[in-house]
Design a protein around this ligand. Structure first.
Ligand code: AMP
Ligand code: TRP
Length: 332
């Protein structure tokens, strides 16, 4: 029996952080045996914001290396760069005609980025969810593991896929489902628990980068915002502690009620210091592997090239299916 398919992607834009790890990367690795997996580095998505060319180049390796360092097995899992498989942009173009202006205008991420000057926002940012839909349906993906911020884009992907099936016939595209974990799908900023931890944060105090050294991690956690009062409790009126407890629990595999009990009557300082130990220890082996991979880009590139060949074999069959049903004259 064939396993259900999974596809997900991460943008090579900015520093990978603990939110990316807990909301996405760690789960990709933990669940890889259950699925047939495709993970891509979505460089075409990253360029919807201006990127420094040297940074884009390095960050593309960084994301691929993070997949590998987290334990994705390149023999079992297809890891590739989005732009190595041109079917993504071609199907993205076609899907544009299956998606409405009004749908894209309502996307929260677009509205956030468009801010107060929607007339001057790039068309790429506006159109970005359609390319994401193409990324997913090209692999007949059944499930898409992502953080909470991507739920709306997944809903749109489902609407597009259903519309394609309605117009071109059932079975043209697989309609995917999001895989969003209850815990860790929305890690909040250390400087402001009302905002998510983000690559594009204005201050590095917002996030713990996956490459931060132990001293930096300790310092950032010491400085992390806390709630009024002194209790270490998981509740809506304690957003900062709720976030820190979530991180502690996921990285140490300890249920939150057990942590609440352990820290009863203790102050924030001890809790934060222990949390720093947990983060440093959990990231240690990952960071060691990351450094090894970073020193050997040819190794990573060989994996990415092999991945692209495997990915393209799959993607081209789906693109062909769509084009045939639409009446395109195929070149061969
Ligand atoms: P991005 O950094 O936008 O390319 O996101 C890569 C993956 O990390 C996506 O699955 C996001 O949903 C997830 N992600 C990003 N930020 C967070 C966060 N603060 N908490 C949990 N997951 C996140
Ligand atoms: N939009 C996603 C993000 O910002 C990245 C992404 C692009 C993606 N294509 C995808 C995620 C396909 C899952 C599946 O995080």
């Amino acid at each position: 029996m064939s396993k259900p398919r999974v596809l997900s992607g991460i943008q090579p834009s900015g520093n990978l952080h603990l939110g990316n790890y807990l909301g996405a990367i760690k789960n990709f690795a933990a669940n890889q045996a259950q699925f047939e997996n495709y993970f891509c580095v979505v460089d075409h998505h990253a360029i919807t914001n201006p990127q420094d060319p040297k940074a884009l180049y390095q960050q593309t390796f960084d994301v691929a290396n993070a997949y590998l360092a987290a334990g994705l097995d390149p023999k079992e899992v297809t890891i590739f760069i989005q732009s190595h498989v041109p079917e993504h942009t071609e199907l993205g173009w076609i899907l544009n005609s299956f998606c409405y202006f009004g749908e894209l205008r309502r996307m929260t991420q677009f509205k956030d980025k468009a801010g107060k000057h929607p007339e001057e926002v790039g068309v790429g940012i506006f159109d970005y969810p359609v390319l994401m839909a193409a990324d997913i349906v090209l692999y007949d993906a059944n499930f898409v593991p992502v953080g909470e911020d991507q739920r709306q884009h997944l809903e749109l992907t489902r609407d597009i896929a259903n519309r394609v099936n309605y117009r071109l016939g059932e079975g043209t595209l697989v309609v995917p489902e999001p895989l969003i974990k209850k815990e860790g799908a929305r890690i909040m900023g250390l400087d402001d628990p009302a905002k998510k931890m983000s690559k594009s944060a204005t201050t590095p105090r917002n996030y713990i980068a996956l490459t931060d050294d132990p001293d930096t991690i300790r310092q950032k956690l010491r400085a992390a915002v806390t709630d009024s009062g002194s209790e270490i409790r998981f509740s809506e009126d304690k957003p900062a502690l709720t976030n820190l407890l979530t991180i502690y629990s996921l990285l140490s595999d300890t249920p939150i009620p057990m942590l609440e009990e352990r820290y009863q009557g203790q102050g924030y300082a001890q809790f934060k210091s222990d949390l720093a130990d947990v983060v440093v220890e959990a990231l240690g082996p990952f960071q060691t592997r990351l450094r090894e991979l970073d020193s050997n880009p040819d190794y990573t590139l060989a994996i990415l090239r092999d991945g692209a060949a495997r990915a393209q074999a799959q993607a081209s069959t789906v693109l062909r299916r769509v084009k045939e049903r639409m009446g395109y004259v195929l070149p061969s």
